[in-house]
Write a protein that binds this ligand. Structure first.
Ligand code: SAM
Ligand code: SF4
Length: 344
């Protein structure tokens, strides 16, 4: 097997740990991999897959368990230590628990997280926690059953909330509800959602609707700026807290009366890309340097060979070419049809 050779300029020495640190040409450090396990989804969220999942002609099959193990090993050799399992709906994979176990067992991986629409969470939370997943984000865009059904296409709010309770009982050390805020749909629920997570000792992420290739009209009609949420939180006594190491892109707020936190993910905010610390691998084996980039960079041949060292080299070289910022403000959301195709 070839020796791992990563250009020196991409690796900064660190006094805290022996593992390398992957950086790009402008010095951003990459610690976090979003790994999409499938683009298939059983929900039809209005901002993502309003017509439901449709198989894309010519798309390569989902990565196998061996390919996933090889990919995560290659990223871990570059110093990435946090992996989020996402999709599509990642839990639709019949081998989801085996994948979680395999990812958690890769040397260097210190945290495995998942994002789910809550499908089968009530029955499976304990199994997934035992498999090594310690953090879970659950999408709940409304606490009103009828609205939840009209947003997702499924009358399953009660089932998803039972899943949230099961996740608490299973002992996940981070449980966050993700809510995409939409003008005229659920933007009147901000206070109710904040109260809900306070009552249940959870954290919440408000996500701005992001424009993708497929949802331009929806975005124009429904986008709510994260800044308006921030103003309302600050008026209610929430204060901004510092970003934790390896944290996601959310700006986080805490309140003296709440143990949970509220985060705002606002990709349209100024300097959003400056703190980018993640890379993405789609379920067909493409490296996405940006959610709104020009298409994925194919790693499949190396994944199929199981060529971990060569893969690390390739990932490091490609990461060096990452653009400094997305072009959403110039009206370009890149080549991403919808976030289910890459994993959000
Ligand atoms: N199916 C899982 C779920 O919904 O949680 C995981 C995949 S989903 C693509 C990941 C996250 O992206 C979810 O929180 C979802 O709400 C969010 N998302 C999808 N499309 C979006 C869009 N256009 N704008 C903002 N967030 C979006
Ligand atoms: Fe499926 Fe998640 Fe997209 Fe909703 S947001 S359609 S649950 S992938």
């Amino acid at each position: 097997m070839t020796e791992l050779r990563i250009p020196d300029r991409l690796l900064e020495p660190t006094t805290e740990r022996a593992s390398p640190v992957l950086t790009d040409a402008i010095g951003r450090r990459f610690e976090y991999l979003r790994l999409s396990l499938t683009d298939v989804c059983n929900f039809r969220c209005t901002y993502c897959l309003p017509d439901g999942y449709r198989k894309v002609a010519g798309r390569a099959p989902d990565l196998s368990l061996d390919e996933i193990r090889c990919a995560v090993t290659a990223f871990a050799r570059l110093g990435l230590w946090k992996v989020r399992l996402t999709g599509g709906e990642p839990t639709l994979r019949p081998d989801f628990t085996s994948v979680a176990k395999a990812v958690a067992a890769v040397p260097g991986i210190r945290r495995v997280a998942m994002t789910t629409n809550g499908y089968r969470l009530a029955e499976r939370a304990a199994e997934w926690r035992d498999a090594g997943i310690s953090a879970i984000n659950i999408s709940v865009d409304s606490l009103d059953p009828a609205r939840f059904a009209s947003i997702t296409g499924h009358d399953r709010l009660e089932e998803v909330l039972r899943g949230v309770a099961a996740a608490k009982a299973a002992g996940f050390d981070s449980i966050k509800l993700n809510a995409v805020l939409m003008r005229g749909v659920n933007d009147d629920e901000l206070a109710a959602m904040v109260a809900f997570v306070q009552d249940h000792d959870l954290s919440l992420r408000f996500i701005e609707v992001m424009r993708t290739n497929d949802n331009a009209a929806f975005f124009r009609e429904r986008h709510v700026a994260g800044q308006s949420v921030i103003a309302r939180l600050e008026a209610a006594g929430w204060t901004r807290i510092a970003r934790a190491v390896g944290a996601g892109p959310a700006v986080e707020y805490a309140h003296p009366d709440a143990s949970g936190r509220i985060g705002i993910i606002a990709p349209y905010a100024r300097d959003f890309c400056a703190s980018c610390n993640r890379l993405r691998l789609s379920s067909d084996g493409k490296l996405h340097l940006c959610l709104f980039g020009d298409g994925g960079l194919d790693l499949r041949p190396l994944l199929q060979e199981g060529a971990e060292a060569a893969l690390s080299e390739r990932i490091a070289a490609l990461t060096a070419t990452k653009a400094p910022a997305h072009r959403l403000h110039q009206g370009s959301s890149g080549a991403t049809p919808h976030l289910a195709s890459i994993g959000g």
